[in-house]
Design a protein around this ligand. Structure first.
Ligand code: HOZ
Length: 429
């Protein structure tokens, strides 16, 4: 049998580090990454034939589990009609309509190919609208790998302990200002020190990229207010939270309306797609209506559009039921793990927003990157491998959220809680 280790060795001969995205290298947890052969419902199988209950869900979009039949059928039907047109198709309008119905703040939108592109383009149009250059982001948030976001970023960068990237010109990095999540005073301070220079504040309204960190009450409305008072555009990066924490994303769950919104792979059922949109007066600055350029052959790709329409139609046909189920499963897992952890007084904390969550190896309540950075990542690595060996697939980093799907059953959640508790017992033995 060709093992995962054999596959990794061979991959490294051709692909940098053997992976196409650094978190997948397992550098933070040690050992060899699993090479995934197939996925269905809540399960993954690796190349060695081992089955896992999956809580990564391709980093969020698999809200209906892997390979829902409706999505597979839609993709197959579209393949027969064409794979890429580089020209308009009605599926784009259909998907845009579904999105706008749930995200009414997206008065006009554009499809792109990834969350990275969506965030990069949203900042560009915000800069053009305000005629300003600086952008406020939050330490530990990740908005893709455009140059100006790679400063004190979360996700893979935090995982590797290098929150800023080489290769970013100093002048570009200087346009990014970092504030502390859940700390309005830090934002106010940056506005004061950069009066009339800040184009936008971009935020993951529920952070997924330093682990799951929900906003404190008043934080998002406070950002809304600060942006309004300072003439800056408020951008919600809902790549993880869109159609996840609510059908209308975090903006509906927390009742705060941003000026611009970015969405990612969930609107393509896991296919490579993203979108950005918002107030028409801002978005209409884009070419061909205005002077801001953004383009791409694969933008609005018919396969991704067909997959997205099928997934969202299915999810939204019974959205109350689906979101209630996801909430219930999320609660069940948290209650199962934390009752045990509290009884044993283990130094861990648990953050959750609906069906996204993180178990942090710190006693601190994690409200910002500073808190997340207090985690014991060595203990996390041990726990991660104990779960993997028990057939539970979690993100290979303390600084990522895990996700549930509608295909996870209560039995699976109980079993997962049991395994998580057993892993904690071993880690803290
Ligand atoms: N850092 C990405 C999620 N937040 C991981 C992407 C991937 O490796 O697929």
């Amino acid at each position: 049998m060709t093992t995962n280790s054999d596959h990794f060795t061979r991959a490294k001969q051709f692909i940098v580090g053997g992976v196409n995205s650094p978190a997948r290298s397992f550098k933070a947890v040690g050992g060899t990454p699993k090479f995934i052969a197939r996925a269905q419902g809540p399960f993954l199988w690796d190349e060695e034939g081992r089955q896992y209950i999956d809580y990564v869900g391709s980093w969020g979009p698999m809200i209906l589990g892997h390979g829902p039949q409706v999505v597979k059928d839609a993709i197959t039907a579209q393949v027969a009609k064409g794979i890429s047109f580089g020209a308009p198709c009605v599926l784009e309008t259909r998907l845009a309509e579904i999105i706008q119905r749930n995200f009414p703040t997206m008065e006009r939108l554009r499809f792109v190919n990834s969350g990275t592109e969506a965030c990069m383009s949203a900042v560009r149009v915000a800069r053009a609208f305000t005629k300003r250059d600086k952008v406020i982001k939050f330490e530990g948030c990740y908005h893709g790998h455009a140059d100006f976001f790679l400063s004190k970023a979360g996700s893979g960068l935090a995982t590797l302990g290098e929150p800023s990237s080489a290769g970013v010109p100093r002048e570009v990095a200087a346009t990014t200002l970092n504030a502390r999540f859940n700390d309005l005073a830090s934002v106010e301070n940056l506005f004061a020190r950069n009066a009339e220079e800040v184009a936008a504040v971009i935020v993951e309204p529920v952070v997924g990229n330093m682990g799951c960190v929900p906003p404190d009450e008043g934080f998002l409305p406070g950002l809304r207010d600060l942006c309004r008072r300072n003439g800056a555009v408020l951008i919600f990066d809902e790549v993880m939270t869109g159609f996840r924490v609510d059908a209308g994303g975090a903006q509906r769950r927390f009742a705060v309306a941003p000026d611009l919104v970015t969405l990612g792979k969930v609107i393509g059922a896991g296919m490579p797609v993203g979108a950005y949109g918002g107030r028409a007066e801002i978005m209409n600055l884009l070419a061909p209506l205005g002077p801001v350029y953004q383009a791409g052959t694969l933008s609005g790709n018919p396969l991704a559009m067909a997959a997205g329409c099928a997934q969202l139609d299915h999810l939204l046909a019974r959205d109350r039921e689906h979101f209630a189920q996801l909430e219930r499963l999320g609660e069940l897992l948290e209650a199962g793990v934390m009752a045990h952890a509290r009884a044993k007084n283990y130094p861990v904390s648990y953050n959750r927003c609906g069906s996204m969550a993180t178990l942090f190896f710190t006693r601190e309540r994690v409200r910002s990157w500073e808190d997340a950075a207090t985690c014991d990542t060595e203990k996390f690595a041990r726990y991660f491998w104990l779960l993997m060996d028990a057939g539970i697939h979690m993100p290979p980093s303390q600084f990522e959220a895990f996700f549930l799907s509608t295909t996870h059953t209560e039995e699976m959640i109980h079993e997962t809680a049991r395994q998580m508790c057993a892993a904690l017992d071993k880690v803290f033995a």
